[in-house]
Design a protein around this ligand. Structure first.
Ligand code: ARG
Length: 330
C-alpha cells in the first residue's frame, strides 16, 4: 500500500514535471520511460480531479525518505574501513533534521538526526562500531579524499561535479532547495533582482553556494561555515536572504518563525546521498543497508524522530563542542 502510494506519487511527479515543460519540442532522444510518463500525463490531464491530486502529491513527494526496492537484500561483508572494526563517519552538525546536537535531560549534547540514525544502522548491519567526526561541511570531502574517514554523511547532494571525484551511494532522502527571507520582508522581496548588492548567504563548499552564484550573481554573496550562521544572520538582519536545503529551512523556521521560505529553488540533483572515496569497497554494503532501511520503513522513522527531536526548541545546539564534549559558549 505504502509502496504503491510512492509509485503513484513518482508517476504524478513525472507527469507534473513533463506538464511543466509545456509545448517545448520533444528532444530526439525521447526515452521509453519519458514517452510512458507523457502518456500518463495526458491521461492525468483528462481526469477532472487530477490537478488537485497532482498538487498535493507533488508536495508530499518532494520531501522525505527515498524509495527502496521493497525487499530486504543481503549486505555484502567484503569491505575494508580506515580504522579496523570501525565505521568512521564525517558529519557537519549544523543541519537539522539531518544532523544536529540535541541537549539531553542531563545537559549532555548528543549527536542526533536522520543521517546519524542511518550511520548507526549502517555500522550495525556491517558489524562495525560507529565513530563520528564532526566538522564544518566544507572540510568533509577533503577528509574523505585523505582517507581519514569512511563516509561523508551530511546531506550531500551527489552533484555531477562531485561525482567526478567521489563515489555516492543511492539516494536515501529526496528533497529540494529553498530561498529563505524574513517574514517581515514578504512584500518587499518578490524576485532575485531585488537582492542586487544585498547580502545573501550560502554555506561554504555547498551546492547552495553554486545556486547563489547562479541565481543572485549581483548580490553580495556571503559564504558562511555553518547553515546555522545563515539562520542567525537572517534573523539578526545581517543577511537579507539565504539559500538553504528545504528540509532544513522548514526545520529551522519551526524554531525561528520570523523566517519564511520565499520560494523554491530548482536544482537538478534533488536528494541526499552518502559520499565515499572513489572506488571505496564499502559502496555495495552501504547501498544494501540504504535499500533495506528504505524498504523496511526505518528511514521514515529516522526522519520523523529527527524532526521531532529537532523541534524540541531550546534543546537543540549546532555549534562546535569544546574539548570536554560540552556546549561551547560562543
Ligand atoms: N546538500 C548540500 C550540499 O551537498 C548541503 C549540505 C550541507 N550539509 C551540512 N551538514 N551542512 O552541498
Amino acid at each position: 500500500m505504502k509502496k504503491n502510494l510512492a509509485i503513484l506519487m513518482t508517476t504524478v511527479l513525472a507527469a507534473a514535471s513533463l506538464a511543466a515543460c509545456g509545448s517545448s519540442s520533444t528532444p530526439a532522444t525521447t526515452t521509453a520511460a519519458a514517452t510512458e510518463a507523457a502518456t500518463t500525463a495526458a491521461a492525468a490531464e483528462t481526469t477532472a480531479a487530477a490537478e488537485d491530486t497532482t498538487a498535493a502529491a507533488t508536495e508530499a513527494a518532494s520531501e522525505g525518505a527515498a524509495e527502496g526496492n521493497g525487499e530486504i537484500v543481503e549486505v555484502p561483508k567484503d569491505f575494508t574501513t580506515v580504522n579496523a572494526g570501525k565505521l568512521t563517519v564525517a558529519t557537519s552538525p549544523d543541519f537539522a533534521p539531518y544532523e544536529f546536537y540535541h541537549i539531553n535531560a542531563d545537559g549532555t549534547p548528543e549527536l542526533s538526526g536522520f543521517d546519524v540514525a542511518l550511520a548507526k544502522r549502517i555500522a550495525e548491519d556491517l558489524g562495525l562500531e560507529v565513530q563520528f567526526v564532526p566538522m564544518d561541511f566544507d572540510g568533509i570531502l577533503m577528509e574523505l579524499q585523505s582517507g581519514n574517514v569512511d563516509l561523508g554523511m551530511a546531506g550531500f547532494s551527489p552533484s555531477p561535479e562531485r561525482a567526478d571525484t567521489f563515489d555516492f551511494s543511492d539516494l536515501y532522502y529526496k528533497g529540494g532547495q529553498s530561498f529563505v527571507i524574513r517574514k517581515a520582508d514578504h512584500d518587499k522581496y518578490k524576485d532575485y533582482a531585488a537582492f542586487d548588492k544585498l547580502p545573501v548567504g550560502a554555506q561554504n563548499g555547498s551546492i547552495q553556494m553554486d545556486l547563489a552564484k547562479e541565481n543572485t550573481p549581483n548580490a553580495n554573496i556571503i559564504g558562511l561555515a555553518k547553515v546555522t550562521d545563515i539562520v542567525s544572520e537572517l534573523v539578526s538582519g545581517k543577511l537579507e536572504g539565504g539559500f538553504i536545503e528545504t528540509a532544513v529551512a522548514e526545520q529551522y523556521i519551526k524554531n525561528y518563525p520570523e523566517l519564511e521560505i520565499a520560494w523554491d529553488v530548482p536544482y537538478d540533483t534533488e536528494g541526499s546521498a552518502i559520499a565515499l572515496k572513489k572506488g571505496s569497497d564499502l559502496l555495495p554494503a552501504v547501498n544494501a543497508v540504504i535499500n533495506n532501511a528504505l524498504s523496511d520503513g526505518s528511514m521514515d522513522q529516522y526522519v520523523a524522530d529527527a524532526q521531532e527531536l529537532a523541534s524540541d526548541e531550546g534543546n537543540v545546539y549546532e555549534g562546535q563542542l569544546d574539548a570536554d564534549g560540552k556546549v561551547a559558549s560562543n
